[in-house]
Each structure stands twice: as C-alpha cells, then as structure tokens.
Design a protein around this ligand. Structure first.
Ligand code: HEM
Ligand SMILES: *[C@@H]1O[C@H](CO)[C@@H](O)[C@H](O)[C@H]1NC(C)=O
Ligand SMILES: *[C@@H]1O[C@H](CO)[C@@H](O)[C@H](O)[C@H]1NC(C)=O
Ligand SMILES: *[C@@H]1O[C@H](CO)[C@@H](O)[C@H](O)[C@H]1NC(C)=O
Ligand SMILES: *[C@@H]1O[C@H](CO)[C@@H](O)[C@H](O)[C@H]1NC(C)=O
Ligand SMILES: *[C@@H]1O[C@H](CO)[C@@H](O)[C@H](O)[C@H]1NC(C)=O
Ligand SMILES: CC(=O)N[C@H]1CO[C@H](CO)[C@@H](O)[C@@H]1O
Length: 325
C-alpha cells in the first residue's frame, strides 16, 4: 500500500520539519525506538486484523484521531470514560453512539502494556492507528511522529465548540480549523476523510426532506441520488446508515467526484465547492488521486501535531487517569 514516490516522501519530510517546529512538540518518528521498538508493528498488526474482520472499522478508527486532536489537542482525551462527577468527550451528544472503536483501542493498549509497560501514550496509539487504518483500505501510508503526552481531563461540554458541525458553511469550517492551526487547504483535504465510513440518515434529513424549512429536497442535490437516498433513508429511520461516499470501504478520491456530481451528503461536504479553493482541490483529487492520497497523509501529520492543552502523563488504561503518586 505504501507506494509513495520518492518525490512525495521528500515532500512529506520537509513538511514535517515545519510542523514540528511550529508546534514545539518535538515529536519524532524514532521516539519509541529505544523503549518500545516493536510498538508500531504491534499496532499495525492489530489494526490489520481488526479491519480484516470488519472493514467498516477502518473509518471509525481513523476518525478517533480527528476527534481527539480537535478537542484539547492530541492528548487521548477522547478515550477517557466519564467519571461520577464529569461527563467526558466520548459521551457528548455529538460523539455518543457515533464514535466507534474504543474496545479495539483498549485491546491494542493492553498488548502494548504487555510488550513495554508504561511507555506508549494513548494519543500516540490513535495517531498510529489512524495511519494504519487508512493505509489498510487503500490510502497511502505516512510517517507518524510520536512522543505525545496524554491529558488527564475530558469534558463533554468542550466538544460542540471544538469540532466542526455538519451544518457549517465554508467560512465556518475554515474558522474551526484555523483555531487549531490548520488552514483552508488542510480543511479541504482532511474532509477527504469522508472517503470512508458511514453517516446516520438523520444527519442529512433536512437536505432530503425539509431544505431551508421549505418541505422540499435540496435542489442542488442530484435528483436520482436524492430518490435513492429517500429509499435508503425514509423519514421514519433517522438512525439508519448511509455510506459517506460511493466507495465507503475504500480510501480514494471518490468523495470529491461525488461532490462534483452533486452527490455530497452533509451540508459541510457540499459547502467545500462554494469556494474556489475547494473546487480546485476537488478537481485535482479526481484527476490525480495519488496526489490527494499523499496530501491527505501530509495533512494528517499536521493535524496530529496539534499540541495538548494540558499534558498530564502516561495512562495505564486509556479510559482512566492514573492517580499521581
Ligand atoms: C470538515 C468538518 C467535518 C464535519 C462537519 C464532519 C462531520 C461528520 C459527521 C456528521 C459524520 C457522521 C456521524 C454520524 O452520523 O454518526 C462524520 C463521519 C465521519 N467523519 Fe467527519 N466531519 C468532518 C471532518 C472529518 C475529518 C477531518 C475526518 C478525518 C480526517 C473525518 C472522518 C470521518 C469518518 C471516517 C467518518 C465515518 C465514521 C464511521 O464510519 O464510523 N471527518 N463526520
Ligand atoms: C468505558 O466506557 C465504555 C462505554 O462508554 C464501556 O464500554 C467500557 O467498558 C468502559 N471502560 C471500562 C474499562 O470500564
Ligand atoms: C451514551 O450512550 C449510552 C449507550 O447508548 C447510554 O447508555 C448513555 O446514557 C449515553 N450518555 C449520554 C450522556 O447520553
Ligand atoms: C451541542 O450541539 C447540539 C446540536 O448540534 C445540541 O443539540 C446540543 O444541545 C449541544 N450541546 C451543548 C452541551 O451545547
Ligand atoms: C457562513 O455563515 C455565516 C454565519 O451565518 C455567514 O456570516 C457567512 O457569510 C457564511 N459564509 C458563506 C461562505 O456562505
Ligand atoms: C411536505 O411534502 C410532502 C410531499 O411532498 C407532503 O405529503 C406533505 O404534506 C408536506 N408537508 C407539509 C407540512 O407541507
Ligand atoms: C452504510 C454502508 O453502506 N456502510 C458500509 C460501508 O463500508 C463498510 C465496509 O465495506 C460496510 O461494512 C458498511 O456496511
């Protein structure tokens, strides 16, 4: 899968030097070489096995890194369970019943704790898992820079204000990404994450049944596509699922072709083409899929360097904070 050309590898390495100095995180590809040399191969082997058993999990596993990094930085806070006094990020309305893959992350963590106790952070696991899940279903691989420190807190009420919303327009999306140091180009390319995975029908009901409160279908949607959606997603079944793009099991540039042919699903997907930059990148992704796949890796490295708001320390179990001694 990792058939990156030499040119794109050089491109990636240059990009990383910039990212790392910006974030002052000193992430490094060799971070665990001395303390847990087998860490990356353990993660990859587990991810491959999980995705072989359930291909749809690739999307869920990759998305966890995104939802982790946008809230309090890449600190593994998405993995923390609620406590008696505090509702955690994973139970926020936006995430609960939508995010998947927690059990798989726990299993990977357990294996890493057996191999090298007390070494690998939960945030780093999410970064490795996102890369391996993407590469496993058709994406190109990318170097993962490691050394993130886990956080010790997770608050459900920080989720809404940190993550983009499905109804955001281009301006709002750009603003959300800018808050974590990502630019419009990163936003357009990372949206390509919707090349895999699925969405609840209810997430696009307004476009299908009540566009702008008018009891009509969004006229910008391809009519045949809309008719198909209405069969798959009758108004009575908001919790049914629809594939996010035409090839939801394979990471490719079909998502952008869908957008260009009026078959985008979420308002935030469709919004990409409301700006010339989005149009430019969508066309380019369709014409040169390999360029898109490489740029996606580049953008994931940049996203993965969003610094933790409050680094706390290593966690034995990704769902709990260790008491400090
Ligand atoms: C640009 C702003 C974004 C918005 C508004 C957005 C919103 C959403 C929504 C509403 C869903 C469906 C949730 C559900 O119905 O349960 C979804 C799914 C998904 N998103 Fe995004 N997303 C965005 C960006 C991203 C990015 C940057 C990535 C990764 C790089 C990503 C990866 C995914 C994946 C893989 C799924 C499918 C998950 C699965 O099948 O379990 N999204 N997103
Ligand atoms: C953490 O919470 C999840 C549900 O959100 C649950 O399935 C899991 O068992 C919990 N983890 C532990 C170790 O209690
Ligand atoms: C999250 O979902 C679980 C399982 O559906 C449910 O038991 C729990 O009450 C939900 N949490 C919140 C805060 O709604
Ligand atoms: C988060 O946003 C959703 C709608 O997107 C809303 O229903 C919910 O009340 C919000 N939660 C908080 C804590 O603001
Ligand atoms: C997006 O929405 C905001 C707030 O409603 C508005 O000010 C802005 O002009 C909109 N941008 C686009 C590109 O439609
Ligand atoms: C909305 O449109 C549907 C069919 O197009 C119609 O059956 C329904 O009565 C309309 N509802 C309202 C509130 O106008
Ligand atoms: C809604 C939908 O079609 N989801 C599918 C997306 O792709 C995965 C992997 O091929 C399937 O398991 C899902 O059913």
């Amino acid at each position: 899968m990792a058939s990156t050309s030499p040119r794109s590898v050089i491109f990636l390495v240059l990009a990383v030097a910039i990212v790392v100095s910006d974030a002052q995180l000193q992430l490094s590809e060799t971070f665990y070489d001395a303390t847990c040399p087998q860490a990356a191969s353990i993660v990859q082997q587990k991810v491959n096995a999980f995705v072989d058993a359930d291909r749809g999990l690739a999307a869920a596993l990759m998305r966890l890194h995104f939802h982790d990094c946008f809230v309090r930085g890449c600190d593994g806070s998405i993995l923390l369970n609620s406590t008696e006094t505090m509702l955690s990020e994973k139970e926020a309305l936006l995430n609960n019943g939508s995010l998947r893959g927690f059990d798989q992350i726990d299993e990977i963590k357990m294996e890493l704790e057996c191999a090298c106790p007390g070494v690998v952070s939960c945030a780093d696991i999410l970064a490795l898992v996102a890369r391996d899940a993407t590469a496993k279903v058709g994406g190109t691989s990318w170097p993962v820079f490691l050394g993130r420190i886990d956080g010790g807190a997770s608050f459900a009420d920080e989720v809404n204000s940190s993550l983009p919303e499905r109804t955001d327009n281009f301006t709002q999306l750009v603003a959300r990404f800018a808050r974590v140091g990502l630019d419009a180009r990163d936003m357009v390319i990372l949206s390509g994450g919707h090349s895999i995975g699925q969405v609840h029908c209810g997430a696009f009901f307004e476009r299908l049944y009540n566009f702008q409160g008018l009891n009509i279908t969004d006229p910008a949607m391809d009519p045949e596509f809309a008719a198909m959606l209405k069969v798959q997603c009758p108004q009575t079944k908001p919790f049914g699922f629809m594939a996010l793009d035409a090839t939801n099991g394979t990471f490719d540039s079909a998502y952008y072709l869908d957008l260009l042919t009026n078959k985008g699903l979420l308002e935030s997907d469709v919004a990409l083409l409301s700006d010339p930059l989005g149009v430019e990148y969508a066309i380019r992704a369709v014409q040169d899929p390999m360029a898109f796949l490489n740029e996606f890796g580049w953008a994931m490295i940049k996203m993965g360097a969003i610094p933790a708001l409050e680094p706390y320390g290593w966690r034995r179990h990704c769902a709990f904070v260790e008491p400090r001694f």
